[in-house]
Write a protein that binds this ligand. Structure first.
Ligand SMILES: *Cc1c(COP(=O)(O)O)cnc(C)c1O
Length: 385
């Protein structure tokens, strides 16, 4: 037997009490019992989004909510600007293109944050642009983009919205939707929300809802946000179609945990875990991939003589620790270590000792404990004084 640890930036580990909650007998979704759970879940979720808007839940992975945002707000021929600094930024372009939109790409070097000036330039060059689409945390490059500053460029534009894929940011970093003037914020179940994959959550500002109402083309059928708003609003407390009942029950449990912890405390925990992971990696001589490192996951370059794919495979198959590798031109070059969701100090310790032992296996000169010790220094912040 090899004990398994899931330390990848999605899916993430699911707490036992959430697994047990989801193992309860199936209930019918058109019942007062389910509606009570749904309403409670929606109201707790709203606090995580930090908005006055009731959020919407969809049965899909996170990409479904990305598609729903594009499908419900824009019409063929509309121009949108998107930030492409990694696989998920690239996805915005693919979705928008699939819906016949004119896409303006802001290409960003992988591992860099988009420059606010570049977004301003694009807005100046395309005054009819109806949106800026970006990631709060680009998971493929473990990079955070300056969402707040970009939102400020858009807030006084009548017919332009900012759409934020916050799938590895919501619940991880403080990103108050209404205070920052974010128009669409998107999340998914299998990352910070420590659930199995299959549920997407999003919230829309008044401006974004007005766009959805005024849209020329059809808003789609299954992912029709106007239909969902009608069904899911307080008092209706149901979904347009059969919801992911078990996942919503699981989300209720997760949100109870999150509210017991406190939102600010959750942000502080993630911040400490991220700092500890970076300190540990740097103590092992591993260079950070990002110049604007994410709070959700840390990417580092492996020494050049190590094949990253073999490294990740060895950690998973021989040590039981699932880390993530790199994609596209970073394939085989980097390793990504998650620190979001159901994750605490000793998960960082496991990650660090895994790196040390795997580096040693691949012939590196490693002082065992060097990365772990550097991480532990930061992790002391998790303990009461
Ligand atoms: C995981 C993730 C997604 C969504 O991917 P799904 O596989 O559809 O859940 C989108 N954006 C980011 C930044 C992600 O990390």
């Amino acid at each position: 037997m090899i004990k398994q640890y899931l330390l990848s930036p999605g899916p993430t580990a699911v707490p036992e009490r959430v697994l047990l909650r989801m193992a309860q007998p199936m209930m019918h979704h058109r019942t007062p019992g389910f509606s009570a759970i749904f309403a409670d879940t929606r109201d707790m979720l709203q606090k995580v989004f930090q908005t006055k808007q009731p959020p919407i839940m969809l049965s899909s992975s996170g990409s479904g909510a990305m598609e729903a945002a594009v499908a419900n707000l824009f019409s063929t021929g509309d121009t949108v600007i998107y930030v492409n600094g990694g696989k998920f930024g690239e996805r915005w372009g693919k979705i928008a293109t699939a819906y016949g939109l004119n896409t303006v790409e802001i290409a960003v070097e992988w591992g860099q944050a988009v420059s606010v000036d570049d977004v301003q330039l694009a807005l100046d060059e395309y005054p009819d642009a109806r949106a800026v689409l970006l990631q709060a945390s680009e998971t493929s490059t473990t990079t955070e983009h300056p969402v707040r500053e970009i939102a400020q460029l858009i807030s006084n534009r009548e017919d332009c919205v900012i759409i934020v894929d916050a799938i590895t940011a919501l619940g991880v970093i403080d990103m108050p939707m209404d205070d920052w003037g974010l128009d669409v914020v998107i999340s998914g179940s299998q990352k910070a929300f420590m659930l199995p994959p299959g549920l997407a959550m999003l919230a829309l500002s008044d401006k974004a809802w007005a766009m959805a109402e005024d849209k020329a083309d059809c808003n789609g059928f299954y992912f029709n946000l106007l239909a969902e708003r009608k069904s899911q609003k307080p008092g209706s407390d149901t979904t347009a179609w059969t919801p992911a009942v078990s996942l919503i029950c699981g989300l209720h449990e997760v949100l109870t945990m999150l509210h017991d912890e406190g939102l600010q405390e959750s942000f502080a925990r993630h911040n400490t875990l991220a700092k500890a992971t970076r300190a540990g990696c740097e103590a092992l001589g591993l260079k950070l991939l990002s110049s604007s490192p994410a709070t959700s996951a840390t990417g580092v370059y492996l020494p050049e003589n190590i094949n990253g794919a073999a490294f990740v495979k060895y950690a998973r198959d021989q040590m039981g620790v699932t880390l993530a590798g790199g994609q596209d031109h970073l394939k085989g070059k980097i390793v990504r270590i998650a620190h979001l969701g159901y994750y605490d100090a000793f998960d960082v310790v496991i990650a660090m000792s895994t790196l040390e032992m795997a580096l040693a296996h691949f012939g590196q000169d490693v002082v065992f404990g060097a990365g772990t010790a550097a991480a532990q220094n930061e992790l002391m912040a998790r303990l009461p004084k």
